[in-house]
Design a protein around this ligand. Structure first.
Ligand code: ZN
Length: 884
């Protein structure tokens, strides 16, 4: 336990940041594409930076490269003038003045299984360069603060690759005389870091459209997809146009090239990539048709198309000085895509969904061995920092700025940021300074949100003084210590609040003392505040942290009656949802403890009645009702319990509560199921999706009701479905219950969608999610299914990652077999695709919170992984931190 099993490599530290000794002004690339031997000629125009002594060696990054030639200003370098390895090229004594370095490398896209650099997907060529993939194409200063203007020539056999794409605008294209080859030349006028470089070569169908910016620039829009699938890109195209318009309206930001291209590929390590003018997407986030994609898929497409498009300003025009600043582009761009989706759909529903995601993914990360600040200060492998903390908590930090400064103050800060830093590789300090200056508002203390990891705990005790007509709030904050880090300081916590009066409306008050407050936002800055709110008409219920105004864990001295009151009346929809969650969580945490102690689980009938009321309340939005009726997930309950968790008991408690609600509100669910039947053709809009979500939630409850035909009705729903949302919802309920109808439905589903990989991913996933003891054997069997593949990340994730992250009871089986299976997959995958292997391994991150038997099994498996010789840096970083 105390001996480090993995010898950590030298970590990279923010404190060590230095600019490069040389700048690269222009990059001319020439690719001759070939599956096994692509030649890349790179002409780099270099300049010694001010302050660099003449003769300082130039060290360029490489990764798995074969060097064919090096020249400076047209002359071949003598062997003693440079040193080369697959991982580095050093020019020992470069010229003192500006010079051109030519580097010729040979790479093999066909055998590139890491899917970083230039690789093949579906017979096409594509690239992925963020974070450090460009160095797998040519030797380079492969870091985000080296900005250059790129010109890219691509040559390939026309039959093999009729489309040749790169960043920027097309400047030339034609045949290579006397050959079966053709070429294209692209020029990107905007200086960019190497991680934004992209190249695509291949054969596609193209969906074309156009957009006129508000200043009148005509932009061609092109989405490249696999043959026969152009029609499935229509929703992505529509989302793109809406994103472009929204960024003009919300932030005054216009697109800046003649063409914006999106290429959908089926082998991709993550969701999508914002390469300048040439976004490359996991096809899962482009392709959708009502019969193949769920409402969630449609919403994800809209959000991710917007996210990558918004990066054009927040990420590309203004990029990051170093990878420690990743949240500068990611947190901000997530905030922007959240706002976009809120404006396109329902703001309340979007906010609740985003907070659910934050709590289910980021909170556990922040509470475990992989915790890190929103802006990390040290890393071993940057790929492991594309995390919920950087993305989702990073977005919350931006949202808090808006809450603290108000919408106009926030916009003024953003405007200053774009005006001042366009063309820069910037830092978080640069960003926050714009908000401070534009508003005359000191944000020094706010910076702690970027440097202090862990979820702050906010405790609020409210007391009503009838005689004085005052409410006293004692507001305290603390943050769990991180081993090896200095004691945590109090943070700046914006608390949006209201005092809900007996009639269910917000009450007026005269004044607030003891804390800084503006409008309905109090700002806690100290470990403890004693706040007095004066001139309150009657005893209120305090509605705190409205809209989840800060990413903290709130505990308040509200009892069940107070929460039931807020659930019924709070003018803030978020807190109505939160009240239901808080009540359910209390029942489930207590229930888990009771079951574990061999006692009966007590279920407060008022809770069931409240759910029945919500289900039947036709004044409430469908999607909102579905969210309120959704019980906290098993992982959420486990997180609340915190330690010594037995996932089987958590599952049992949740199952009992679900059945109690199903039984107690069966009439309301039956009515919903009947009344919400579709009346017209499928449409992916938010209102229609909300109706389906609520109807399917009602159906799932009905399947848990004491009704002999409970699953028969679900099977009928499956057969009647005319869209994937309904079909998949029914399938998931049948399979997770192990219903007698499940096997026939699975067989039908496979037969219907056999040729459709994105749908077959769902077929694998639904089986991996089933909380049944037979699932592990089934999942193992499925790894040998002809349609399974370890090398396609979507397929691997659909089966194995779904099992490890979406199936608490079976991954963390008491016999350790679930852990052992996932560890085997991690070890197998490690050489092939370390980035995906490391992500899968992160599923172990909460292992220390488990009860002792399961914990011991997890530790054995983690140590087994750590002991493998030649482990990738990606996996060894995660396993090392998990065992720390
Ligand atoms: Zn992003």
């Amino acid at each position: 336990m105390n001996t480090p099993l993995v010898r950590p490599a030298e970590p990279i530290r923010l404190a060590d940041y230095q600019p490069t000794p040389y700048a690269i002004r222009t990059v001319d690339l020439d690719f001759v594409l070939n599956p096994t031997a692509t030649e890349v000629t790179a002409d780099l125009r270099l300049e010694r930076r001010e302050g660099t002594p003449a003769g300082t060696a130039l060290m360029l990054d490489g990764d798995d490269l074969e060097l064919l030639a090096v020249e400076i200003d047209g002359a071949r370098l003598k062997p003693d003038a440079f040193e080369a390895s697959p991982a580095q090229l050093t020019i020992l004594e470069p010229p003192a003045g500006p010079f051109t370095l030519r580097v010729v490398t040979r790479i093999a896209p066909e055998s590139n299984t890491k899917l970083m650099g230039l690789y093949r997907s579906g017979g096409n060529y594509c690239t992925q360069c963020e974070a450090e993939g460009f160095r797998r194409i040519t030797y380079f200063l492969d870091r985000p603060d080296v900005l250059a203007v790129y010109r890219t020539r691509i040559e390939a056999r026309r039959a093999e690759a009729p489309y040749l794409l790169s960043n920027g605008n097309l400047v030339e294209a034609g045949e290579v005389p006397g050959t079966d080859r053709h070429f294209a030349v692209w020029h990107d006028p905007f200086p960019k870091p190497s991680y934004l470089f992209a190249l695509v070569g291949g054969d596609f169908d193209v969906l074309r459209d156009s957009f006129t910016t508000r200043s009148g620039r005509a932009v061609k829009l092109e989405i490249y997809v696999e043959h026969g699938k152009a029609e499935r890109a229509a929703y992505a195209m529509d989302s793109l146009k809406r994103s472009m318009r929204w960024d003009e309206e919300a932030f005054g930001l216009e697109y800046d090239l003649d063409v914006f291209m999106i290429v959908a590929v089926s082998d991709f390590n993550m969701g999508a990539m914002e390469n300048k003018g040439l976004n490359i997407f996991n096809d899962k986030y482009v392709l959708a048709r009502p019969d193949t994609a769920t409402d969630t898929d449609f919403a994800n497409i809209e959000g991710i198309i917007a996210h990558e498009y918004f990066h054009n300003w927040t990420g590309n025009r203004i990029t990051c000085r170093n990878w420690f600043q990743l949240c500068l582009k990611e947190g901000l761009t997530v905030f922007r895509d959240q706002e976009f989706s809120s404006d396109q759909r329902s703001r309340a529903v979007k906010r609740i969904s985003d907070v659910k995601l934050l709590k289910s993914h980021q909170f556990p990360e922040d509470a475990g061995p992989l915790a890190h600040p929103v802006r990390p200060e040290v890393y071993q492998e940057i790929n492991n920092f594309y995390t919920a903390t950087v993305y989702e908590k990073g977005a919350e930090v931006v949202r808090m700025l808006k809450t603290l400064l108000g919408p106009e103050g926030f916009r003024a800060g953003m405007d200053l940021y774009f005006a001042r830093h366009d063309g820069d590789a910037a830092t978080i300090e640069d960003f926050v300074a714009c908000f401070a200056e534009a508003n005359g508002h000191d944000l020094d203390d706010f910076m702690l949100w970027y440097s202090q990891s862990g979820t702050p705990e906010l405790s609020v005790t409210s007391r009503w003084d009838e005689a004085a007509k005052t409410v006293t709030l004692v507001i305290e904050q603390s943050c769990p210590p991180t081993p090896g880090q200095p004691a945590k300081q109090p943070m700046v916590i914006p608390i949006r609040f209201g005092l809900v009066g007996p009639n269910g409306e917000d009450m007026a008050y005269e004044g607030i003392e003891g804390i800084e407050a503006a409008g309905d936002v109090m700002v806690a800055t100290a470990a403890r505040h004693e706040v007095t709110i004066t001139g309150v008409g009657a005893r209120p219920v305090a509605s705190l942290l409205r809209g989840f105004s800060a990413p903290v864990r709130l505990t308040a001295n509200l009892d069940t009656a107070d929460h039931l009151f807020l659930l019924a009346h709070d003018p803030d929809s978020f807190n109505r949802w939160q009240s239901a969650q808080t009540l359910a969580t209390r029942l489930l945490v207590d229930g888990t403890a009771a079951l574990r102690a061999g006692r009966a689980m007590e279920i407060d009938p008022r809770f069931v009645e409240a759910y029945r009321t919500v289900a039947a309340d036709d004044r409430l939005d469908h999607a909102f009702r579905a969210l309120v009726l959704g019980l906290p997930g098993e992982a959420d309950i486990a997180r609340e319990i915190g330690s010594d968790v037995d996932p089987d008991m958590v599952f049992a408690a949740r199952d009992r509560l679900k059945r109690a609600v199903a039984a107690g509100a069966a009439d309301a669910f039956g009515a919903l199921y009947r009344d919400l039947a579709s009346t017209g053709p499928y449409s992916p809009d938010a209102a229609s999706a909300g109706r389906r979500t609520l109807r399917n939630a009602a159906l799932d409850y009905l399947a848990h009701a004491p009704d002999p035909d409970a699953t028969g009705r679900v099977a009928a729903h499956y057969r009647a479905a005319d869209n994937m949302t309904d079909r998949f919802a029914a399938l998931a309920t049948l399979v997770s219950l192990g219903a007698p109808e499940a096997e026939a439905a699975l067989a039908d589903f496979y037969a219907r969608f056999e040729g459709d990989p994105l749908v077959i991913d769902k077929w694998f996933a639904v089986q991996a999610m089933a909380p049944l003891p037979s699932t592990l054997d089934r999942v193992k069997g499925l790894t040998r299914h002809p349609a399974f593949s370890f090398s396609n990340p979507n397929r691997l994730r659909s089966l194995v990652t779904t099992f490890a992250t979406g199936n608490q009871t079976q991954f963390a089986r008491a016999d350790g077999a679930g852990f052992s299976f996932v560890a085997d997959v991690v070890l197998d995958l490690d050489d092939k695709n370390p980035q995906v292997a490391a992500r899968l391994l992160s599923a172990f991150r909460s292992w220390r919170a488990l009860e002792s038997r399961r914990r011991a099994h997890a530790e054995v498996e983690l140590k087994r992984i750590a002991a493998k010789p030649g482990l990738s840096r990606d996996v060894s970083d995660i396993v090392g931190r998990c065992l720390q």
